[in-house]
Design a protein. Structure first.
Length: 427
């Protein structure tokens, strides 16, 4: 019997390289792109139908999200309850998801039930009718949810911040109760016919996606869907953020104030993006970050604070977000500014940078636990127009970037006076 030596820690090995699964690619004759990640193994498959959102119309700002949400609320032959019952009967799971750039329908199912569940998806994507009763219920529920959400300072801060940095675009639009009232069934139907067509669709299959599964999906979704007669316009208007960079939404009885600070930023396609992710992680991107150490652990102003970077098709953003005691809001903002400026003035110590490197590479490796995760990484690349060498550059940047290079990046990008600052509560 081997006795463990508990006085000697296990050997530590750094992450040398990341190996990603590449998909098999097929283009259907109707223009739909199909990507397959076949893991073998368990008889489970995830299929995603992903559609580019149509060009944002400020006069009808909720069409993309409303159409996506109401896809499963009825077709010519199935009610919402019947759709749910058919999926549940086979132990499958169906969900619809809306994002700023794309909307999608996702099916999780056992492979042996695919022939029974796939026709339900085909019906949804080709024959949704948006029943008036379901639309009325959606409008009523969303208005109630919005009224509750607008009582939360962090929600108001996020909405206000996005509107400030992205302006009247799909990225900056914040729904009002009146926007829900203006939704009309005929507008949803027209939007649906233009958007949910094969030329605007990407199908991604992951799991036990053998030849029979691929043939079943491609056979079901080949040919034209409905009567699509126009090309889906997925372009988006250019950003034009306002000049006002300090926005204060006062709430006299607030016990806490929500803080949101940041700016429009580079997205994943920019060569500096991986290096800036390292800088962001040092500042506020993990639990051991500088913002957490200062404002939570040292000052006790908040339960949590962090910074992040988002990447969209057109643009990205950098933000710092927290909720702090209303009486220490100004002090918290001052400490945030101090931490940002320290990155510009002082080199990050080797020990801290090493910790961040290991955290980031470990997080990337840990996020690749199964074939579905590999498919998700592929989506990040594909919809940004990038190749797999992006992750090679990412890992090399994380492993090799120097403190001097990070300081130079902080001076290039982090001018606190240029940051948009949103405070909701007391200041």
């Amino acid at each position: 019997m081997t006795i463990l030596d508990r006085k000697t820690p296990p050997q530590f090995n750094g992450v040398e390289n990341i190996t990603l699964i590449h998909p098999q690619t097929t283009k259907l004759d109707n223009g739909c792109n199909l990507f397959t990640f076949n893991s073998g193994g368990q008889d489970l498959v995830r299929i995603e139908w992903i559609f580019g959102n149509l060009r944002f119309n400020p006069a009808k700002p909720l069409l993309n999200v409303a159409v996506n949400t109401l896809l499963t609320e009825g077709t010519s032959t199935l009610t919402a309850a019947q759709i749910a019952d058919k999926i549940d009967f086979y132990g499958a799971f169906l969900q619809v998801d809306y994002g700023y750039d794309n909307s999608q329908v996702t099916l999780y199912t056992l492979t042996k039930h695919l022939q029974s569940t796939l026709p339900v998806i085909k019906d949804i994507l080709t024959d949704s009718i948006f029943p008036e009763k379901e639309l009325e219920t959606y409008v009523r529920n969303q208005q109630q949810k919005l009224q509750v959400s607008l009582q939360k300072n962090d929600v108001v801060a996020r909405r206000t911040f996005n509107k400030a940095i992205f302006g009247p675009t799909i990225y900056g639009s914040a729904a009002s109760p009146e926007d829900f009232v203006s939704l009309k069934r005929e507008d949803l139907q027209a939007h649906y016919k233009e958007m949910y067509q094969p030329g605007n669709c990407t199908i991604i299959i992951a799991g036990k996606a053998d030849e029979a599964i691929v043939d079943a999906v491609s056979g079901m979704f080949k040919g034209e869907w409905g009567q699509a007669t126009i090309t889906a316009d997925t372009t988006q208007p250019m950003l034009s953020p306002p000049m006002d960079k300090f926005i204060y939404v006062e709430k006299a009885d607030a016990l806490q104030s929500a803080i949101r600070i940041g700016m429009p930023f580079v997205n994943r396609t920019h060569p500096d993006f991986p290096a800036l992710q390292v800088l962001n992680t040092v500042l506020g991107g993990y639990f051991g970050s500088r913002l957490m150490a200062n404002i939570r652990e040292d000052k006790g102003y908040t339960y949590g604070i962090g910074s992040g970077m988002t990447s969209f098709k057109q643009v990205g953003s950098f933000f710092i977000a927290s909720e702090v005691g209303a009486d220490v809001c100004k002090s918290a903002v001052s400490e945030i500014e101090k931490e940002v400026n320290l990155l510009k003035d002082q080199l990050i110590p080797d020990e801290e940078l090493s910790l961040v490197r290991n955290f980031m590479l470990g997080s990337l490796l840990g996020s690749l636990e199964n074939v579905l995760s590999h498919a998700d990484k592929f989506k990040n690349l594909y919809f940004a127009g990038l190749d797999y060498d992006y992750y090679d550059r990412y890992t090399q940047t994380v492993k090799n970037i120097t403190a001097e290079e990070l300081k130079a990046l902080a001076n290039k990008y982090f001018n606190f006076d240029d940051f948009y600052k949103v405070i909701v509560g007391k200041y």
